[in-house]
Design a protein around this ligand. Structure first.
Ligand code: AHR
Length: 331
């Protein structure tokens, strides 16, 4: 075990710097063509999930299980239990098993980039779904086939536009951020913060990560309600944290949807029910159903069709005006 001395700290710092430089260098130095998808059935496909602690993740995993037989995919599935390091080692083990195709949502933007380059070097094609990686470390269309996913910046902007309208441009906002370093958290923050910046009455009074998890969202909200009792609105980067915040608001004796206006992202059944109950104001959908579209994109790529670097998924929007008709969308 390494002791926490100045020498070991500097050794670890230089090891990290070398690893980052190697990853960045490899991204720009490797001009080899992308690996092809083998023309065979079944195709051994590795799907490395980030965690399974919320309905969105469960729906995403299920959508791959459901499409596998139809697509001729034999799935190898792992669960990283909310650890980027575990997701990296899960993917390395899939590379060692020589899967024919890797499909995964990178938990965080930077730590998952080097393993994409390792897969390319091993001749294994990669499709990223749901979240993307830092494009200075691995490049869509060059180091991996494509990124299939929503426009997270636009989701944040749509949440902001609804909140500005619902509060007549006046709100003291607590922002519950997703997992630190995840593209979904970085971009949903950017889209929201940039949009409200030009409205002087809209003020973000606190912004903290709840790691996209219900209980963490509840705990963070409990603490922030004590330090910021003046709060009038909450923007949660996902539904689980919004539902956690609603529980915290009720426990503090306030009425969600009345004392505090809440907007969120995902479109889970729980969130749609919260809209019906008047506790959640609005919800931007973020589809977790990546199985069928991944199969379609992989088949097109295997046939030699050209695929753009971003296959954009479009998202609906829910509020009290359409929630009854939209309950069937919930998962
Ligand atoms: O990357 C998408 C986000 O990750 C979803 O909003 C969230 O629920 C999930 O964990």
């Amino acid at each position: 075990m390494l002791q926490n001395t100045r020498w070991t700290r500097s050794l670890v710092a230089s090891m990290i710097a070398v690893a980052c430089a190697a990853a960045a260098g490899a991204a720009s130095a490797d001009d080899a063509p992308l690996p092809k998808i083998a023309a065979k059935k079944p195709l051994k496909v590795g799907f490395a999930q980030t965690e399974s602690n919320n309905p969105w993740r469960l729906a995403e995993t299920k959508s791959f299980k459901d499409v596998a037989a139809k697509c001729g995919w034999q799935m190898v599935m792992t669960d990283a239990n909310s650890s980027a390091a575990k997701q990296v080692s899960d993917i390395r083990s899939m590379i060692a098993q020589k899967v024919d195709l890797l499909v995964f949502p990178p938990r965080e933007e930077k730590p998952l980039a080097p393993v994409i380059l390792e897969a390319k070097k091993a001749g294994i094609p990669v499709i990223l779904v749901d979240r993307n990686v830092d494009q200075s470390l691995a490049v869509a269309g060059k180091d991996y086939i494509t990124f299939i996913g929503s426009d997270f910046i636009d989701q944040g902007k749509r949440a902001a536009d609804w909140l500005i309208k619902a509060t007549n441009g006046n709100a003291k906002i607590i922002e519950l951020e997703g997992s630190t370093g995840a593209s979904a958290a970085n971009d949903r923050k950017k889209g929201f913060d940039d949009e409200i910046a030009s409205h002087s009455g809209m003020q973000i009074i606190a912004s903290q990560s709840g790691d996209f998890a219900r209980d963490k969202g509840r705990q963070v909200m409990e603490t922030l309600l004590q330090s910021h009792p003046e709060v009038t609105a909450v923007y949660a980067h996902n539904d689980e944290m919004a539902l956690g915040a609603i529980a915290a608001i009720k426990a503090a004796g306030k009425v969600p949807g009345k004392d505090i206006t809440i907007v969120s992202i995902d479109g889970t059944r729980g969130a749609l029910e919260a809209i019906k109950a008047g506790e959640l104001g609005a919800d931007v959908q973020s589809s977790p159903f990546f199985g069928p579209i991944s199969c379609e994109v992989a088949e097109k790529y295997a046939k030699g069709e050209s695929i753009g670097p971003w296959v954009k998924v479009s998202d609906k929007f829910y509020d009290k005006s359409n929630v009854d008709a939209s309950m069937k969308d919930g998962y």
